[in-house]
Write a protein that binds this ligand. Structure first.
Ligand SMILES: N[C@@H](CCC(=O)N[C@@H](CS)C(=O)NCC(=O)O)C(=O)O
Length: 235
């Protein structure tokens, strides 16, 4: 089995396992435990980025030798192109869906994830909730959620259109597991399309399998209005 997918517990590498399960790929799964909240040496040994996900393809059909990749977007593009027959990545022949796909695919790590990360970095227990930085970062997060809410209201399904694409696979971590690090709530009315979207994703067998592979049977994906902070953040 040439493909090895490295997952760091409770992290954005869940995206890659979800994609592999949607594609029904054969792969080796390696779980790395956080140490205590950051990446352990075993991840740093794989790639200078020192972050998860990391993918190894050995031998890669592209180079006939070992390829090691970090960065969710790069790994997703590689797997879809090399092992996935182009599935979940619309192309120009898909018309408007292609344009929407590109925008939302890049929105995930270009805007949404940095926005919630900024909330995490600025809104600590000791921070003043009225400080301009805290207010601004939360306002940015709210604005991006509204944008996504409108889009999901338009499609009634997924971000690029009626079917799942890699744009959704990139996005869901920020809307779910990331909230275990930085609890933000959704509003049942204001975010009703986002909540319906999370429910839709939560019903996908491949998503459920991926979450169980990544975090174990007991883990409950953070798909609802509220999210409890992970215990590893309360040390
Ligand atoms: N842009 C990168 C971000 C990767 C990243 O920051 N991963 C986090 C997990 S969510 C990580 O490995 N953190 C551990 C650390 O930085 O020590 C990607 O999409 O792969």
């Amino acid at each position: 089995m040439p493909l090895t997918l490295h997952h760091l517990g409770l992290s954005q590498s869940e995206r890659i396992i979800w994609l592999a399960e949607e594609l029904n790929l054969a792969y080796n799964f390696v779980h790395h435990k956080r140490d205590p909240i950051f990446a352990p040496q075993s991840i740093k040994d794989l790639h200078p980025a020192g972050t998860a996900p990391v993918m190894e393809d050995d031998p890669s059909p592209v180079t006939q030798s070992r390829i090691v990749l970090a960065e969710s977007g790069a790994i997703i593009d590689y797997i879809i192109a090399v092992h996935g027959n182009g599935q979940f990545a619309p192309t120009p022949k898909d018309g408007e869906t292609y344009a929407n796909y590109l925008e939302w695919y890049h929105f995930a790590n270009g805007s949404l994830q940095p926005a919630l990360f900024s909330v995490l970095m600025t809104r600590g227990p000791a921070s003043d909730p009225n400080s301009p930085v805290v207010v601004r970062t939360l306002a940015k997060w709210d604005q991006l959620l509204s944008m996504m809410e409108n889009r999901l209201g338009e499609t009634g399904a997924y971000l690029a259109g009626k079917t799942l694409t890699a744009a959704d696979i990139m996005t869901i971590f920020t809307l779910t597991t990331m909230r275990g690090f930085c609890p933000v709530e959704y509003d049942g009315e204001k975010h009703k399309h986002i909540l319906a979207y999370l429910e839709r994703v939560g019903e996908r067998p491949a998503y459920r399998r991926a979450m169980e592979i990544c975090e174990g049977k007991e883990f409950v994906p953070l798909l609802g209005v509220k999210a409890e902070q992970f215990s590893l953040m309360k040390r």
